[in-house]
Design a protein around this ligand. Structure first.
Ligand SMILES: O=C(O)CCC(=O)C(=O)O
Ligand SMILES: [Fe+2]
Length: 531
């Protein structure tokens, strides 16, 4: 399988290009870029002001009596020196003034904007990725638009408010992906906002967002109603085309009447159907994933915390705090297994190396240009030659008793807001075992996830089939089996990651492969043997 350069280019872009939207660092870069932009704009006002001052002086100083008819003009130029001065000014001075005015276009600040800001602007796929992330948080947690726009997350309050333009953009995204329920709520919210301070000036420059929102809202109302009346009869896109066609033919007043009528109802039809249109309810596991993320699983009690002394000789000296999350299937969380310093070392090395985009799925061979794949995290595959990686591998051996001789890399992942993973199995079974590396290593019998940080809100590891969620806790590690002792896959190991709501989520993933374990006793970890 050799890559041509063209393929490699594509590969490079897909996996290596850092987007602003997918990491906190990316957002920091954007924040700095905006500050730079503001600096340059500030400079531009000074330069422009200078120019304005000069022009005003010119206008004042060279003020002439206005000649409103032929005779008056004649009278002025009849004085010979006036004619001379007129000639001289126009011949000598005016070109200079023209130059001054034109120089505005070559001003430093414009060059700076072009050279330093424009090349760094985010592209539309970057913006799209961010909208996907926000939409995922919104729909997974069922956050109301009013709350979202005011930073009120299910568990934490953040200090932000979205502007009308922000809300219309959220609406447009919903509309674009056929989520008319969310689109309707965002448009409605935007249209109900009081006019912004300086709104008129913004409108002049950026256009009136509400003009557009009014029409979109009307379209959304009709599409939403039609979709619910008529679900299987027409495809979404057909309904949309039809509604857009109909509304392009009616007068503005009818649209306004429709919009105004709806706007003043306090609870809209959109809100009433809260979980009908999200994609999640079409799939059982997706639904369970969402329930878990929303905190709807029952609480598990009767489990214990204890110290693990037994897995390795080392543990007899430094036992690990172990919390049983579930006995069957066996899922445990080790606490305080990574120190803050180790975490810092690891992140530093990870960031220093190459981080690549972690995608939701492999690119299918018949993928079209804008296939709906999503970046879930930035990932670094870290080499076992690094001291910190050796330490962590040592820790994994101590914790689990497994042999990881053959696969000593570890994977660092950074998820930013919206970062997630849909329910999946870590075992490959017969899926990818035909690749050389995996043939050698064997399937992934067990998985270890270290939490390299706390997450302010969201980001739980979710086991939908067991109705269990585990919130990341800095320095702790989660361990579970993906397969039964006989090597057959355990479907209860299905797991997912709830979207990050606030903050970022750092983890280290280690898959424990089958073949190194041939001569070990995986059942030594069963709770019966260690209590
Ligand atoms: O980070 C987690 O909680 C789980 C990660 C995961 O499922 C994976 O890397 O396979
Ligand atoms: Fe996984």
């Amino acid at each position: 399988n050799e890559y041509s350069y063209a393929d490699y280019d594509e590969y490079y872009r897909e996996y290596y290009t850092e987007m602003y939207s997918t990491t906190v660092m990316g957002s920091v870069k954007l924040y700095k870029l905006e500050q730079e932009f503001m600096q340059i704009l500030k400079k531009s006002t000074i330069e422009l002001q200078k120019q304005i001052n000069m022009i005003q002086i010119y206008l004042k100083y060279f003020k002439r009596p206005k000649c409103s008819n032929q005779n008056e003009c004649k009278k002025y130029v009849a004085k010979p020196l006036n004619a001379f001065r007129l000639m001289r000014r126009i011949h000598q001075d005016w070109p200079q003034w023209l130059k001054l005015i034109k120089s505005g276009n070559e001003a430093d600040y414009i060059k700076q904007l072009e050279n330093e800001i424009v090349p760094k602007l985010p592209e539309s796929h970057d913006m799209l990725e961010m909208l996907k992330n926000l939409h995922r948080v919104e729909t997974t947690y069922g956050i109301r638009v009013h709350d979202y726009a005011n930073g009120k997350m299910p568990k934490t309050q953040s200090n932000w408010t979205l502007t009308v333009r922000d809300c219309v953009t959220m609406g447009n995204y919903g509309y674009q992906i056929h989520d008319y329920q969310r689109a309707g709520m965002w448009y409605q919210y935007a249209l109900n906002q009081r006019p912004e301070v300086n709104g008129e000036s913004y409108k002049q420059m950026l256009g009136d967002p509400l003009d557009h929102a009014r029409l979109k809202y009307a379209q959304t109302i009709l599409i939403h109603a039609e979709v619910h009346r008529n679900e299987p009869a027409l495809a979404m896109q057909e309904i949309r085309d039809e509604v857009e066609q109909v509304l392009s033919e009616v007068d503005a007043k009818s649209i306004n009447d429709l919009v105004n009528d709806r706007l003043h109802q306090s609870v809209t039809e959109f809100e009433l159907n809260d979980n009908q249109t999200t994609v999640y309810n079409r799939y059982k596991h997706r639904w369970a994933h969402m329930s878990g993320c929303r905190g709807m699983f029952r609480q598990h009690t009767n489990l214990v915390c204890r110290y693990n002394f037994t897995t390795s000789p080392f543990l007899q000296l430094a036992p690990m705090k172990l919390e049983e999350i579930s006995l069957d299937p066996y899922i445990v969380q080790y606490h305080d297994v990574l120190s803050d310093n180790e975490i810092e070392d690891l992140k530093r090395e990870g960031i220093k190396g190459t981080m690549i985009n972690g995608w939701t799925s492999l690119k299918s061979s018949n993928a079209t240009e804008n296939e709906s794949r999503t970046i879930v995290a930035r990932v670094a595959i870290m080499s076992p030659s690094l001291e910190i990686v050796q330490r962590i591998n040592r820790r994994i051996i101590d914790m689990t008793g497994f042999n990881i001789e053959e696969s000593k890399t570890i994977q660092l992942a950074a998820f930013s807001v919206g970062g997630f993973f849909m329910p999946h199995y870590d075992y490959l079974y017969d899926r990818l075992l035909d690749t050389d590396v995996l043939k050698k290593l064997g399937d992934r019998v067990a998985s270890v996830i270290f939490y390299a940080g706390d997450v302010t809100e969201g980001g739980a590891t979710n086991f939908p089939r067991n109705q269990l969620v585990v919130q990341p806790k800095k320095g702790s590690a989660l361990f579970w089996y993906n397969k039964f002792d006989d090597g057959s896959p355990d479907p209860r190991s299905l797991h997912s990651i709830c979207p990050v709501v606030v903050g970022s989520r750092w983890t280290i993933t280690k898959w424990i492969h089958q073949d190194s374990q041939m001569f070990l006793q995986p059942c030594s970890l069963q709770p019966s043997s260690s209590t």
